[in-house]
Design a protein around this ligand. Structure first.
Ligand SMILES: Cc1ncc(COP(=O)(O)O)c(C=O)c1O
Length: 371
């Protein structure tokens, strides 16, 4: 199905503006590069899809991906980047399996559905977990402040961006010597952060990093030693890290695309520039919400996400109409998560400014026509 939209810098081949929450928009130059090299990768006579993960070429690609991520996120030397499988959901199990030892416990902040799933997975594995802060009392519309962690906890786990509720940590908790662990699936590399504050960061790639099928794990090297020997191989940071993510066949094509996305990010001017654009993009939509009595943002202003902007209209009927008319106007993926309803605009790094401008323009016209 193709929608007729005007052609702009990023609009080609009948492509439309993609506000999907994940898998999500990829930079057009990345897709074009993939297309160009798909049949015959750099003159090797075979596709990257057909290439051994033990080949020199793929080894170069996975090493480049790690090097570029370290460069772009300014990751200190004593960290390793792992490319794992099983999505962020497998990390919900891998983190407690690797890092909560005999007789230990971990602490979690509950800021929405994904935090809850992380907590439940740890509990399912028989691990002791304390929830030290939660925003469930107000439908997860904010990020709790003043988070205190027990000094003897194995770690504190947070979800840095809550994809469904449109909230994001603006400052990270101070945890002293306790390892801070973050699920950054929906906001990795959207802004500058101090990686040295974290012991481990993980993210399913399919929002800001590339396609689904690969999960990026940034881990401080001293943690690798903690993995017990009796956990499943594919969850063991020690094993996967010890083999530079090549213990078994990694998702080669996904890693290749992550590398291309990172090259694209570097060409954009790196994280500083990307953050600046992300703040402008999100600002345009939040300003439109704040100036309107028709739309109502669902996240508390001090907790608003740069990546997922969530809002309501006066009725569910109007929300349905909004989503349908937006699609007719070449904007896809604006329906809120099925568990909460409403509207959600996911504006990850690869969503261009012009898409956001078009959305804001549409919001204004829709309000006029329906209020
Ligand atoms: C914050 C967050 N964590 C975890 C997940 C689950 O990721 P995956 O599907 O890669 O397991 C998602 C998916 O949308 C997410 O947004």
């Amino acid at each position: 199905m193709f929608y007729q939209v005007e052609r702009g810098i990023t609009m080609k081949e009948g492509r439309i503006y993609n506000f999907n929450p994940g898998p999500a928009a990829l930079p057009l130059p990345v897709l074009e590069e993939v297309q160009k090299d798909l049949l015959n990768y750099k003159g090797e006579g075979i596709s990257i899809l057909e290439m051994s993960h033990r080949s020199k070429t793929f080894d170069g690609i996975i090493k480049d991906a790690e090097r570029l991520l370290k460069e772009i996120m300014d990751i200190p030397q004593n960290y390793k980047v792992l490319f794992m499988q099983g999505g962020a959901t497998l990390q919900f199990a891998a983190v407690p399996l690797n890092l909560i030892g005999e007789g230990q416990f971990a602490e979690y902040v509950n800021t929405g559905s994904w935090s809850k799933k992380a907590i439940q997975e740890a509990q399912k594995l028989g691990k002791k977990v304390n929830v030290v802060a939660s925003s469930e009392d107000e439908s997860f519309s904010y990020i709790p402040g003043d988070i205190k962690v027990s000094p003897n906890a194995a770690y504190l786990h947070i979800t840095s961006n809550n994809t469904i509720f449109g909230t994001q940590f603006q400052q990270f908790p101070e945890t002293g010597d306790v390892a801070l662990i973050a699920d950054m699936s929906s906001d990795i590399a959207c802004r500058k952060i101090d990686v040295s504050k974290f012991a481990l960061i993980y993210a399913g790639a399919q929002k800001n990093m590339g396609p689904s099928g690969v999960t990026v794990v940034i881990i401080r090297e001293d943690l690798l030693e903690k993995s017990p020997d009796n956990i499943p191989t594919m969850t063991s940071y020690k094993i996967i890290g010890g083999k530079d993510s090549l213990y078994n066949t990694p998702p080669t094509f996904a890693v290749y695309i992550v590398k291309l996305v990172l090259e694209w990010m570097k060409a954009q001017g790196g994280l500083e520039k990307i953050e600046q654009i992300n703040r402008q993009k999100a600002g345009l939509i939040y300003d439109a919400l704040d100036q309107s009595s028709f739309y109502r943002g669902t996240a508390r202003p001090d907790s608003r996400s740069l990546m997922n902007v969530t809002f309501r209209l006066p009725s569910e009927e109007l929300e349905k109409k909004f989503v349908a008319e937006a699609l007719e106007n070449g904007m896809l993926g604006l329906k809120g998560h099925r568990s909460v309803g409403g509207i959600r605009a996911s504006i990850y790094n690869a969503v261009p400014m012009e898409a956001v401008e078009k959305l804001v323009d549409f919001m204004k016209k829709f309000e006029k026509a329906n209020s």
